[in-house]
Ligand binder design. Sequence first.
Ligand code: KPL
Length: 302
Amino acid sequence: MPRHLDHWTLLGCGALGGVLAGLLAEAGNQVSLLRTNDAEVRLPLQLSWWDLQGHEHHFEPDFLQTKDAANIRLLLVTTKAYQVQSALEPLIGQLPSATPILLLHNGMGTESWVRRAFPDNPLLLMVTSNGALRLGSEAFRHTGAGETWIGPANAAARAWQPLAELLARALPHAGWSEAIHHKQWEKLVINAVINPLTALSGERNGSLLQRQDEVEALCEELLPLLQRHGLSGDLTFWRDKVLQVARLTADNYSSMQQDLACGRPSEIDFITGFVLREAQEAKLHLPLHQQLYQAIKAKETP
Ligand code: KPL
């Protein structure tokens, strides 16, 4: 891994991006925020954030634009899944091919486009269960310590395993996973159950502890698909996993609940939509997830 890797460039600064920027800066990394698309990527001028102990921190990040792409050493993409393509498109042919791209968002389905658009760049996938809240356009709160995993999506990414150690110095936990797609699927199951149910009811994640039958039925429908993707675990395993997250984040509103409540598009096409596309390919019928997908689409601002 080349030197000078304490300079992170973040593309996207939502709740998690803001908290990650703060944590990385606090651990002594240089952090720049990149804007490639005026319409979709909003950047804070000064970033204020509160850590898990409630301490307030401030920092003024550097700003980069597409014309600065040649100087990007490490690109962490934290936009919403539906913004990945439009945010990265201006960097095609501009980003050095040696620069690793780390993708972090809820849901799945952006990887194949990024792989085609940046065929030579090391591509890493990142999954985290850290909780974050956006308090305003420039203010963020780290609401829960969680695990963070990164892993390779192509052969060139394998040389970048030491990034996990670098991240572990800034985050509550970070590790390298060769089975990063399994980690993504695990998070996908959690998001496919918790997010649409809470977005439709408008309630906090903890409300699902009162709706265990629905949680179980949604998990049951996913079992054949999970097995097809090499994920073991019976119904009890997956139901308990989802309910454990609902319990740990009981006071939080899911990101999909917040998106719909604020009139923003949701990530449903990359969560339930991705699940349904995979199911269709496997000739599996998932009527409950299909209903949730349609109900969220109907509620989404056109
Ligand atoms: O990832 C989440 C989200 O809201 O998107 C969970 C884990 C459900 C926490 O709210």
